[in-house]
Design a protein around this ligand. Sequence first.
Ligand code: MG
Length: 374
Amino acid sequence: MKRLAIIGSTGSIGRQTLEVVKDLKNHKVVALSCGHNFSLFRKQLLEYKPDYAAAIRKTEELERDFPEITFFSGAEGIEEMLEAATPDVVVNGASGAIGLRYSLKALEVSRRLCLANKESLVCGGKLLIKRAVEKGAELIPVDSEHSAIFQLMRGKDKPEKIFITASGGALRDYSIEKMYNASLKEVLRHPTWSMGNRITIDSATMVNKGLEVIEAHYLFEYDEEDILTYICKNSLIHGGVIYSDGVIKMHLGKPDMKIPIAYALSYPKRGYHSDYMNIVEMSLMLEEIDYRKYPALELAREITGISSKQIAYNAADEIAVKYFEKGAIHFGEIFKLIKRVVELIPETDPRDFDEIVEIDRYSRELAEKEVAKL
Ligand code: MG
């Protein structure tokens, strides 16, 4: 049995990880942490009976009702939980830049980090990769596109280029003008994947694909221009690799996050069971991405490898999405805000976690100020 800790157990990745674990049968859940959804967390604690639990906010009721579980609270508490639990595997499904902190701790205390928190690599790519190498821990991507590339790259011959796909999000058939004023309801109607709110909005702007290009740069060591992006409307092609002799390998499968989650857990084996699609019913089509419709992806490409701007890009998007969800800014203004904050943050290369946090904090402050000017 492998001892498993899940950060963000009540989120989309966390919930699906718990489902996958039931099928894999060789993982024991020893630690769970959640953000704010205490009613679901209570059910999870009851069902999985972990030895350790943590939440961002202190939860006296839960602590009273589960005296056999050791509780921790706050971001520091989540780190303490990981230290106490000494898991073999950590799934990091936290959202936001804070996730980097948990990723760094996971590489220290466990043998494998299954990474679903995008900000870990976007904000601290260099630091995280360095920590994984130092500690000899495995860093396995959970995101479907990166899992695809990871699976395709098992072997010695390095491809010339790699590619990842995007669905195009909920507004892909809108004109640029119509996109600008799209409502939250329209944006949340994702055509293929069922995911959390922020990532669904980020799919419509393609900020999500921008973050993924940056992640791929650190994970697989490619320059931005060798990481291609295409639209695959039905999300059946997740990614591919292209060799110098003209051979292209593609990774296909139904859009179901449980599959890459399970692979990250069971790698190098495949322990998960799922039915596969009838291949003759799969329409396999890739299309070019129009950057006039998705300027956020082009901007992400321009700043790939520049740490401070990557942090600013992510932070400004988090703030912009928050205001868009509240109905305070237009959909089209999300990009405007990100672009402005990215321009304002100077090019620097933070050396440690504290410097990353400081750039993140300053970027958020700038974003809040810029929202008021819109
Ligand atoms: Mg993805």
